[in-house]
Design a protein around this ligand. Structure first.
Ligand SMILES: [Zn+2]
Ligand SMILES: [Zn+2]
Length: 214
């Protein structure tokens, strides 16, 4: 069975998520934006074996500690989609500007696409390609427990920003309505920032993608 713990990181409290298989104790960490020591502590406390780092997108606040974690454990990096390469390449120049001094550039071991699977222990996560916030954003979905990690695509009551380079509003709306929302109303999701919600709740009440959206 899939277990998870949300670990808010950096002064901005992005949702980094530690996922693990409770049968094998194998784990994967999604979006290690910073504070690698906090993430390592959580892994050690639970007696888990980290097997990979997964990325929804390559913004520095979600990927800044990718190199630190993957090097510490000697594990591979999977994700995001290859269209986010330019964001990875911007990390060195952005770290001073945004106050993420420890962030490091990294090389991903596997780009992800719609329809791919990522695995750890007995767990399989499905990959959905959801561009718009960044051009290479992906979402991870665990079908058995109806749980998704959506990064900065969708939030409780809001959606991801599209005013960054190569962001696109219509592309983002399309990703949410025609990809994420098809997974089911009862799917719970962990966003990149803030509290969890369900796709059904956002369909009902989200001012950007809900039934009463402008
Ligand atoms: Zn972002
Ligand atoms: Zn973010």
């Amino acid at each position: 069975m899939l277990q998870y713990q949300i670990i808010p990181v950096t002064p901005f409290q992005q949702n980094c998520t530690l996922f693990w298989c409770d049968e094998t104790k194998q784990a994967a960490v999604v979006d290690p934006g910073g504070n690698p020591e906090l993430i390592i502590n959580a892994i050690e406390q639970k007696g888990l074996t980290l097997t990979k780092v997964l990325l929804t997108h390559a913004h520095i606040d979600h990927a800044g500690a990718t190199k630190a974690i993957s090097s510490h454990y000697g594990v591979s990096i999977e994700g995001p989609h290859k269209e986010d390469q330019f964001w990875i390449d911007l990390i060195p120049e952005q770290k001073a500007r945004f106050g993420f001094e420890d962030a490091e550039h990294f090389v991903t071991d596997r780009w992800l696409n719609q329809g791919d699977n990522v695995t750890f222990g007995n767990i399989t996560l499905e990959v959905y390609f959801c561009p718009g916030h960044t051009p290479g954003h992906v979402v991870f979905f665990h079908r058995e427990s109806k749980l998704a990690q959506v990064g900065d695509v969708l939030f409780k009551g809001s959606i991801g920003r599209t005013d960054f380079p190569r962001g696109d509003y219509n592309t983002l709306i399309n990703s949410i309505k025609n990809n994420l929302f098809l997974l089911g109303d009862d799917v719970r999701f962990i966003p990149g920032h803030g509290p969890m919600s369900t796709f059904g709740e956002e369909k009902r009440s989200n001012p950007f993608v809900g039934v009463n959206a402008r």
